[in-house]
Ligand binder design. Structure first.
Ligand code: HEC
Ligand code: HEC
Length: 280
């Protein structure tokens, strides 16, 4: 009798937690569980501690741009993603290239554009390729606000170092070459429920709640996510949302190759007619 009551209570709790988790994933900023073998990660300050002054106002503006880029930086985006579409939990999630991890490793030399990149240069890269847009000027309010947000998020972090959880954890090279058929099966079973059968994402109230993975509204062919190794690393650590780390390495490579085998906007460096050396 007693055992039964306890079991029933446990089921009720589990069911409500599940419903809550689904509700959150759909309607609020999703916050997937940290990977199971989590080392101790740097803890960014709580958002409630953003100071109530002019600096804090800029931090909050940066956060708003990060969370809903098409609304708050409309002139600079060419698709309907937001920074948070790939940098999860508003840029706070370890292993999804968190902004506290990024802040402390710039300026940095990058082979992609063969110069030492400031943080503004690096942000410009994500506007140009991941957001398929035109980067805001380095001295614009949008750049100021984003950098204020990242600087605040890295409060107390050591600088000039790669913190645990920065970038993505590397995935092992696949045992066999990435395969589109296998990737299609993984996609149908584990991704389509949120991202749609044709990678088109899902909207609610005119806004994407699940971002598109291919087609005209997502990252272009110059983006980091278009590299199968980076996409596999992001997917392995973070997808399916809330179940990061659940795919095998092979599944992550296969589904990354499958996603990137579909049409998407061209690399602006190529569509401009050959390689543009000033491309960031
Ligand atoms: C389509 C996915 C996507 C979107 C959208 C996106 N990024 Fe990124 N971003 C990436 C990838 C991939 C990397 C490279 C991660 C790596 O190499 O570890 C990256 C890297 C970065 C870095 C450097 C991270 C580091 O640790 O060195 C910064 C800063 C950054 N992005 C800012 C932004 C900002 C700001 C926006 C919105 C304007 C944005 N990103 C939108 C995918 C995206
Ligand atoms: C439970 C719903 C859900 C499932 C299942 C899911 N995703 Fe996602 N995915 C999301 C959400 C939501 C985001 C954006 C995060 C945000 O806005 O906070 C995202 C972001 C992404 C992104 C970066 C943004 C973009 O549009 O390119 C990629 C790539 C991605 N998912 C791939 C996958 C793959 C591959 C699978 C299957 C292995 C998968 N996802 C399963 C919900 C899901």
């Amino acid at each position: 009798m007693k055992v039964q009551t306890v079991a029933m209570a446990a089921i009720a709790v589990a069911a409500s937690t599940f419903a809550f988790a689904i509700g959150r994933a759909v309607w609020q900023s999703p916050e997937p569980a940290p990977p199971r073998t989590a080392p101790t990660y740097f803890q960014p300050p709580l958002e409630a501690s953003i100071p109530d002054d002019d600096f804090g106002a800029m931090v909050s503006r940066g956060k708003a741009i990060f969370v809903d880029t098409p609304t708050h930086a409309a002139d600079y985006v060419g698709n309907e993603l937001s920074c948070r579409s790939c940098h999860l939990d508003r840029g706070r999630m370890p292993n999804s290239a968190p902004m506290w991890g990024a802040w402390v490793r710039y300026p940095q030399y990058r082979a992609k554009n063969q110069i030492v990149n400031t943080m503004a240069d690096r942000i410009a890269g994500c506007f140009r390729f991941s957001m398929n847009g035109t980067p805001p000027p380095a001295d614009s309010d949008v750049m100021r606000a984003l950098q204020a947000y990242f600087f605040w998020m890295a409060t107390g972090a050591p600088t000039g170092t790669t913190l645990p959880g920065a970038g993505y954890p590397e995935v092992h090279p696949p045992a066999s070459a990435p395969d589109l058929d296998r990737g299609g099966t993984v996609y149908a079973e584990k991704c389509a429920i949120c991202h749609g059968n044709d990678g088109e994402g899902q909207r609610s109230g005119g806004r994407y709640v699940f971002p598109p993975l291919w087609g005209s509204n997502t990252y272009n062919k110059g983006a980091g996510m278009y590299r199968v190794d980076l996409a596999a690393a992001f997917i392995k650590a973070n997808m399916p949302l809330g179940k990061g780390g659940s795919l095998s390495d092979q599944e992550a490579w296969d589904v990354a190759a499958f996603v990137n085998s579909h049409e998407r906007p061209a690399d602006p460096r190529q569509s401009a007619g050959g390689r543009d050396p000033s491309a960031r």
